[in-house]
Ligand binder design. Structure first.
Ligand code: F6P
Length: 524
């Protein structure tokens, strides 16, 4: 069954939230902490190895209650059931949305067109496991009988960003295989990647749901030509694999059927890293670690499906984000991981969130007159503190932030980790509390700068009252990363439901593609 069509601005909760916004909008976070002595405990959510502190937001219990009323009036429960059961909730493309089935290890059947997709998923996982084991162990040999040393993922968008981000994030768990990603149609990208590769020991994986994407096909053809300068047509079977729904096109490209991994229309590109699209992940960190990643996501799925909204992490994060987007009129949100391993997370989330929720037509086919998807950006702490944080602290824009951190580091170096987390908390505190005129005055006096007080004071004041979430896991593991990514997937899902849009199509990328093809034809 399709999703319900409910304009959020017509709900009673929306009207109440507008009135509540007028009451609370000027209240400083300092004030909110003063009123509620247990604010930190009251506004903390815990699940497994994850804790989320939402106390540094411009909210109180009433805000949460009203936002939950909005979720209920928008029939979020019904939408969550449809999402997990394989209903056709991607109505514009007439598809189910079942990336969650890829990591559902329960006995429950999930039917699409009367067929249990869990069987197909399990058989694909078995194939990924066997393939990964063979390549990692060195039993898979190249055309000169040498073992594989390098893996190249050829894909773009969802067929690139997810695996690339995960492999970077889980570098600590990596084996001897070197992984590379070619995505851009810019020929310099592919040239830089192949220049140091040995065709005898490199395995190329062409990942394209449609197998029609200009960038991926151009790169795949260029690489094939390069390969054929050393190997022969029959050697392609040992050096090329593919992941796609388009079996005819793969066949035409000349890839051995044995090396073809399936994709399905009920998995969107930007949610596909859990499928065979993640084969480079399994090759890089081993199948068991890939399975732990899926397990982590699965645990988050269960939390999201079964936890009441008040304690439901993706639901609450989503509602807080709607609060800023639609009531405070914030245009952007930043993702700030305090882990260098997560440097590609903001890029990955840009596609996941902005391709999903960058929509202006509602589920009734009407033009929307309220705000939908926020602009997502970000970078790692502490580097970004020396780059864009000036604007966040003292600029004119209100930017809600997600601070992501880990209690432990992976290599030890505990003093480094203490400093890292001291920065994490220091930034959040500075943003929330700021620094008053009086405090700056005192500082300048102590520094023997009394003569400069009148000229310097206003520049050194921090207004504070800048909101943020603290999202903290025990440690960066395949399992915790799975939970983190699934948490954001569900957050964006909830937002799409409440904004009354279709999150799972992406027609907005089509026109540019068409015109690029037309221009290219004219150039030749
Ligand atoms: O940019 C649009 C898009 O369709 C994305 O949604 C997708 O992840 C990407 O292109 C790549 O598509 P494909 O996997 O079909 O090559």
């Amino acid at each position: 069954m399709a999703l319900k069509n409910i304009n959020p601005t017509t709900t009673e909760a929306w009207t109440k939230l507008n009135a509540h916004y007028s009451e609370i909008k000027d209240t400083h976070l300092k004030e909110l902490f003063k009123i509620d002595k247990n604010r930190k405990d009251n506004l903390s959510l815990n699940f497994s190895d994850l804790s989320v502190d939402i106390s540094n937001n411009r909210i109180n219990q009433k805000t949460i209650d009203l936002l939950i009323e909005l979720a209920k009036e928008s029939e979020l429960d019904d939408a969550i059931n449809k999402y997990f059961s394989g209903d056709i909730i991607n109505s514009t493309e007439e598809r189910a949305v079942l990336h969650t089935a890829l990591r559902d290890f329960s006995e429950k059947e999930i039917l699409v067109d009367g067929e249990n997709v869990k069987l197909k998923i399990q058989s694909a996982l078995n194939k990924i496991e066997q393939f990964s084991n063979k390549v990692i162990s060195g039993n898979w040999k190249g055309f000169t009988e040498k073992p594989i040393t390098d893996i190249v993922n050829i894909g773009i968008g969802g067929s690139d960003l997810g695996p690339d981000m995960i492999i970077e994030a889980l570098k600590f768990y990596k084996n001897h295989l070197n992984t590379h990603f070619v995505s851009n149609v810019d020929g310099d990208h592919v040239s830089e990647i192949i220049k140091d590769l040995n065709p005898e020991t490199t395995l190329f994986i062409i990942v394209s749901k449609t197998f029609t994407t200009q960038e991926t096909l151009s790169n795949a053809n260029t690489i094939k030509e390069w390969f054929l300068r050393s190997g022969s047509e029959k050697d392609i079977a040992r050096h090329f694999a593919a992941v796609s729904t388009n079996l005819d096109a793969i066949n035409q490209f000349g890839i051995d059927q044995e090396n073809v991994f399936p994709m399905w229309n009920w998995v969107g590109g930007r949610f596909s890293l859990w499928s065979a699209v993640g084969i480079s992940i399994s090759l890089s960190i081993g199948f068991n670690n890939f399975k732990s990643l899926l397990n982590g996501a699965s645990e988050m799925d269960i939390h999201f499906k079964e936890t009441p909204f008040q304690q439901n992490i993706p639901v609450i994060l989503s509602l807080i984000s709607i609060w800023y987007n639609n009531f405070f009129n914030c245009e952007t949100e930043a993702i700030l991981p305090y882990s260098q391993y997560l440097k590609k997370l903001p890029d990955y989330l840009q596609q996941a969130i902005m391709e999903s929720n960058g929509k202006s037509i509602d589920r009734n086919g009407d033009k929307i007159d309220y705000q939908t998807g926020a602009v997502i950006w970000g970078s790692t702490g502490t580097n970004m503190q020396h780059a864009f944080m000036q604007l966040v602290h003292q600029g004119t824009k209100l930017i809600p932030l997600d601070f992501i951190g880990f209690e432990e580091s992976l290599y030890g170096l505990t003093e480094h980790h203490k400093k890292l987390m001291a920065n994490f908390y220091g930034q959040m505190e500075a943003l929330a509390y700021g620094k008053t005129k009086e405090e700056v005055h005192l500082d300048l006096k102590f520094q023997n700068n009394s003569d400069k007080i009148t000229t310097l004071l206003p520049y050194k004041v921090f207004e504070g009252n800048k909101p943020s979430n603290a999202i903290i896991f025990k440690k960066l593991t395949p399992n915790s990363l799975g939970k983190l990514v699934a948490m954001y997937e569900h957050k964006l899902f909830v937002q799409g439901i409440l904004w009354n849009i279709y999150s799972f199509d992406q027609f907005g990328v089509e026109l540019g593609k068409e015109l690029a093809n037309k221009n290219y034809m004219q150039m030749n």
